[in-house]
Design a protein. Structure first.
Length: 200
């Protein structure tokens, strides 16, 4: 088992967790939601080699720095196809903090390393995706599950029943020692959420 490194940058007014995950000399940028200069600076400072942006879902607070980061490093962007319409929607904004995107980076639906498994977890959005690295017991959960909380389901495309089903069948079924890195807030684990999450 090789080594990996993980950095978290909290970006934007909604304090999105942007993760810089590096394994086998390849760096993945997860949810570049804002502040592209900070993200780019950290990557260059550490002499990392970015290969792909991974989006857990298409809400504007998780994707707003995608264009600048992609342009800097010329790398592809992963997005679940089920969130494509949300990604392209002119209504995908949070006024006055985030305007809808005017230019859209093309996306792909394949992760460029077999080490990382993209797991569709609909409920917060229809294309909500968690990224699971079995070898290291890591899960990047986006806005599907948080420490002792779950994602919102009152936004377009949200479904409470779907979200609970996704969490129970696709997240809580993972090994108890799986670390969960959510889209907002502090890290947690599968075992903790089984014990402490009041929604479950």
């Amino acid at each position: 088992m090789g080594k990996y490194s993980l950095e978290k940058i909290i970006v934007g007014p909604f304090e999105v967790n942007c993760y810089i995950f590096t394994v086998n000399n390849k760096t993945f940028i997860i949810d570049p939601g804002a502040e592209p200069k900070r993200i780019i600076s950290l990557i260059k400072k550490n002499s990392l080699i970015p290969v792909q942006i991974l989006l857990t879902h298409a809400h504007i607070d998780h994707i707003s720095a995608t264009k600048e980061v992609t342009a800097e490093f010329n790398i592809p962007v992963y997005l679940n196809e089920r969130d494509k319409s949300l990604y392209l929607s002119p209504a995908n904004s949070i006024m006055p903090f985030y305007l809808a995107l005017k230019e859209y980076v093309p996306t792909v639906n394949t992760v460029s390393d077999n080490l990382i498994e993209a797991i569709n977890t609909p409920g917060h959005t229809q294309g909500g995706t968690c990224f699971y690295i079995k070898e290291y017991n890591l899960l990047f959960s986006g806005d599907t599950i948080f420490q002792e909380a779950i994602g919102r389901t009152d936004l377009p495309g949200g479904s409470y029943n779907q979200l609970i089903e996704s969490i129970k069948t696709k997240i809580l079924s993972l090994p108890d020692n799986t670390f969960i890195y959510p889209g907002h807030g502090l890290e947690t684990s599968v075992s903790r959420e089984k014990r402490e999450n009041p929604f479950l």
